[in-house]
Design a protein around this ligand. Structure first.
Ligand code: F6P
Length: 328
């Protein structure tokens, strides 16, 4: 069946760093497409799969028992070949060969940059879903995977708190987020950390050591959450600089790393992915494209790719104040 928007066959793929909830989004896209009488195919390995023609038909039962699984059954990658005009021409030819009329791309800003170029050069209608743990996309309050990553980091920091207290130690815990501090501020608040170093807020080592000295008047242990993109460096760099100023402190560093990208998605991420997956197919059927779907104030909204990529999403300043007040 071909619809009024000229769409009878949708392709779905995941691209960039994986995030918990991508599978739930794939499931929602597949089931919604089938609900509307469309064919649906999965493209494996992100844009690489488009260039190399790794396309598999998907049915409703192919996405059974998937909503609860971390990772992505379609695999993911950051593609070098798709960055070239030749690679994109091959991708467009493969889409024509399979009769795929439109795409749903699940990923972050790199994914949407690629989607824009494919649309501009070859006219492929694409809707994006925000799949990244970093929560750094403008046009959505939360990205798919962020809530799970923050919960994972929080649980890890809770455990670090136990040993930090036992040994009266100062811990620096590094979390992911690339250039943004959303994960850091959220898991610092949720785990009762003393301080968060994030790229969005200029904080000097002097300010940090002053706060830690103040805290040590009444506390024997402290935890500082460090966003990996902080301008003072990662957790090891910052720990070294603090040690120079506070040589008596017994300091340890933990880098949480990729464990933040795995695991079963939380309720929030499963529901977010399901809502946006359905909305993506229905947006394409209404003739919409070149835009990302997100949730703003609990309403599904479309934001043009250029704004989702270029716009700046700020961390609510109140969060820093709450952290400071509660670290007293
Ligand atoms: O964008 C998601 C993310 O996990 C970032 O937080 C991190 O900086 C990056 O990907 C890590 O990338 P890779 O998995 O390629 O090491």
């Amino acid at each position: 069946m071909t619809t009024a928007a000229g769409i009878g066959h949708i392709g779905v793929f995941t691209s960039g760093g994986d995030s918990p909830g991508m599978n739930a989004a794939i499931r929602a896209v597949v089931r919604c497409a089938i609900f509307h009488g469309l064919r649906v195919s999965g493209i494996q390995g992100g844009y690489n799969g488009l260039v190399d023609d790794r396309v598999v038909p998907l049915g409703a039962r192919d996405v059974s028992n998937l909503i609860q699984r971390g990772g992505t059954i379609l695999r993911s990658a950051r593609s070098a070949s798709f960055m070239t005009p030749e690679g994109r021409s091959k991708a467009a030819a493969n889409l024509r060969k399979h009769g795929i009329d439109a795409l749903v791309a699940i990923g972050g800003d790199g994914t949407f940059t690629g989607a824009r170029v494919l649309f501009q050069e070859h006219g492929t209608p694409i809707i994006g879903l925000p799949g990244t743990i970093d929560n750094d996309l403008y046009g959505t309050d939360r990205t798919i995977g962020y809530d799970t990553a923050v919960n994972t980091a929080m649980e890890a920091i809770d455990k670090i708190r136990d040993t930090a207290s036992s040994h009266d130690r100062l811990f620096f815990v590094e979390v992911m987020g690339r250039d943004s501090g959303f994960i850091a501020i959220a898991c610092a608040l949720a785990s009762g950390a003393e301080y968060a170093m994030v790229p969005e807020k200029l904080q000097s080592i002097n300010e940090l050591t002053r706060a830690l000295q103040e805290a040590s008047i009444t506390k024997s242990s402290s935890i500082v959450v460090v966003a990996e993109g902080d301008e003072e460096g990662g957790a090891f760099d910052i720990a070294r600089k603090v040690k120079e100023q506070l040589p008596d402190k017994d300091i340890r560093v933990t880098v949480l790393g990729h464990l933040q990208r795995g695991g079963a998605p939380t309720v929030q991420d499963r529901i977010l992915a399901s809502r946006l997956g359905v909305a993506a197919v229905e947006a394409l059927l209404k003739g919409r494209h070149d835009a990302m779907l997100g949730l703003v104030n609990d309403r599904v909204v479309l934001t043009p790719f250029k704004d989702a990529i270029g716009g700046h999403k700020a961390i609510e300043p109140e969060l820093f104040r709450v952290l400071e007040v509660l670290a007293t």
